[in-house]
Design a protein around this ligand. Sequence first.
Ligand code: SF4
Length: 924
Amino acid sequence: MDRNTEINTPNREVRLPDVPVLVASGNQAIWLSAEGEIETTNLREAAVRVNKMPPLVVHRLNIARRLGINPFPAFDLLELYAFIHPAETCLPTARGLAKAVGLIPSADPEEQALALFEAMNILLNNLTGLTGKKRKSAAAVAMVMGQAGWNWAPSVLSAVGLPENKTRFGGLDAWSNLQEWPDFAPESPADDIAVSEFEARARLKELLGDNAEARPQQADFSAMTSHAFVPRNQADAPNIVLAEAGTGTGKTLGYISPASIWAEKNGVAVWISTYTKNLQRQIDDELDRLYPISEEKAQKVVVRKGRENYLCLLNFEEALQGGAAQKSEQISLGLVARWVGATRDGDMVGGDFPSWLMELEGRSRITRLADRRGECIYSACSHYRKCFIEKSTRKARKADIVIANHALVMINAATRPDDPNLPKRYVFDEGHHLFDAADSAFAAHLTGQETAELRRWVAGSDTGRKNRMRGLENRLSDLIGEDEEGQEALQQAIQAARKLPSDGWMSRVREGTPNGAMEEFLVHIRGQVLARCGQPDSPYSVECPAEEFTPEIIPSAQRLDGALKALSTPLTTLAKILLKKLDEEAEELETATRHRIDAAVQGISRRNNLSIMPWRAVLKGLEDTTPEKFVDWLAIDRIGGRDLDLGYYRSYIDPTEPFAEAILKPSHGVVITSATLRDNFEDAESWQSADMRTGTHHLVLPPARVHLPSPFDFAKQTKVIVVTDVRRDHMKEVSSAYRELCLASGGGALGLFTAIWRLRAVHENIRGPLAAAGLDLYAQHQDALDTSTLVDIFREEENSVLLGTDAVRDGVDVPGRSLRLIVFDRMPWPRPDLKHKARKKAFGGSRYDDKLTRLKLKQAYGRLLRREDDFGVFILLDSMMPSRLISAFPPEVEIQRLGLKDAIALTRNFIAEKEQALNKNIIG
Ligand code: SF4
């Protein structure tokens, strides 16, 4: 085959890099040489070759991981794609990239290598079509990236030509072309007009279209959820609907129907909240039915996330000004500049910023461009009127539907308890996660990392990079102006914050050379944990009870309490002075300045009320017993033997209590829904677990409850097998079982694990055999790809195998043939740590363990059927499954206890039979 090294266009000759193409597939490497020759080698040989000449690849880090070597220089097509198609999605595999540029993806690795060469041609050809501003901008950015050593730059510049003028940021000042947000008059008060069942059903019908198949459960679901959209009759008693809707009910469109009518009738947004950013994206996609015209959708729907998810233009500008420490940073900034010019909303995490680009360029390098630490200076920022976060906040005020996540909703409510503009109507999808989300949101952990973060927020960076971490002085000084009391309080707060942990605190604590009261406290906490935990040298987190303290802890806690008081007092003074200014200067203050002051007061109150005050309460109460509603413990947080954090931890035993106080009670109507709200085992009391996990038992009025069974035929479409002769703690046996089962299903298999080390052991053992059988294996904690990308690849590649832990279990939505087998490594019992021990005691002893475990099994099994014609096998490699947990599965499904040999045969036969039937239907 001939590989030309030039593309001739009417105007320019595009220079192609003269390098081989490399595709790693299973345990083979395919080389397509610059002369067009194709050769197959093993991975070891490939590892030697890549160091001689940088090859053309897709995702160089993942290829390096597969070859078992350190990252190497390469022409990564993903970078070229991100430059040419910024803010567009593409799976980071050879097939994914081929598909993204319009080629037909092939399963054959040789064809994939040829396709990559073709893809490069197509991409560079795309560039030759650029004209005007677009061409100039691409040329300017490519020039800067080229000067920093980007290896695609010569080809890109040959396609677009050289830039004409030199500008201050070399064309990377992408903010200059962004639109400003428009000003609107304040919103009128919302109406409170009810939505009826009839209206909800009618809207659903409209959304589904005339030809849609009748789905009575979905219509009933929609009608029931409309009960949350009527005016409430009593303060603190919202209209709550708890709705468990089995898989396939179509609950998203079901609740969108009454929610959208409510928003239209009353001129106020309904907030739909889900657990993960991926699920936010899925709900956003479903809303295309309601708003098929994209311009209308852009006005009516907004996806909201925490501000740490969005690019801060000021941080980006400062990164450009600061001069990149490494040349490669200029390359990353160039790619970010291209994305800034194309993004829908500036969302870098789960939005249109490719997650693989974050991995390729370095996660911390990219995420520090976001407003991670709440350092925004609002209207004092030169980009304020173009700011992505401000745009999104303003859009949410005018939208009909806001798609948020549980964490954001909880933080918003907890930090602004008296804000009259907080939402009054919510839909919580994935409601079974509310307990865990509340657990994170309302905890008060007094740890090294938390206090170091507070120090940075108040006093700014220690590193001398003046602007990046601004500190309160930069953010508030001009607002306080000549007010002497204010300036003094500001300086006192900064001095007090400097006594909290600074960079390098963990090493000082480990060496016993603390600096300041908090580091000293941590030295003693660490001493107690190591003295009393079972395995001080464990590579995993260790903990001990927060009681019977060592003699040094109490006096050290008192000193720390004094240090925190010295910080809290001036912060309170500052907040008061700012509020007084808002009041006294009401007539003169510009709206933007008012917002800025308001945000500053909120930031201070949040740190004071949600961090410093609870910490001080912990420290003051050390000599007493822990208040009944909390569980306290001391811990060193470790991963793989590396200490990440340590300190004194406090959680609510029942975190749904503050959730109910902060969110449910002030609201007027709430739908809480999920496919797994109840615990089947309890029968008559089956709603108890739903109340317990959602906080509805804390309300004066009980919720309306509805259960709608799944329309799927689980008995016919699934098999559940408990394997009886594999010893769950013998990883060789567990690995053999995984290998044979994945081979029997021909891929399409999801391996779920209860611990990362177990996943790694199995991965190591099955990697070779699966590769030899032509099955691609992907794994969380192993591949250099984030979880959502791994799931996207798994969904797309029908015969691949994916291994993962909890996040994969909860986040997988894979309809169709790509998921036909789930293998769980052992019973997913809860981790027996101190927090769990306290909850177990409070919530019914071992019944609580059973309940949590059943819910996890139910959740995992529920992944198998997402569409009516889906089918699959669920296998548990743990003969110790107690029969009382069988109710995790639908009653009509028989649980078969089989030896591995029979389980493999049944898996193979069942899948073959179902596929045959499916093919017949398609052909028929
Ligand atoms: S307004 Fe705040 S978040 Fe927005 S660009 Fe400026 S500093 Fe960043």
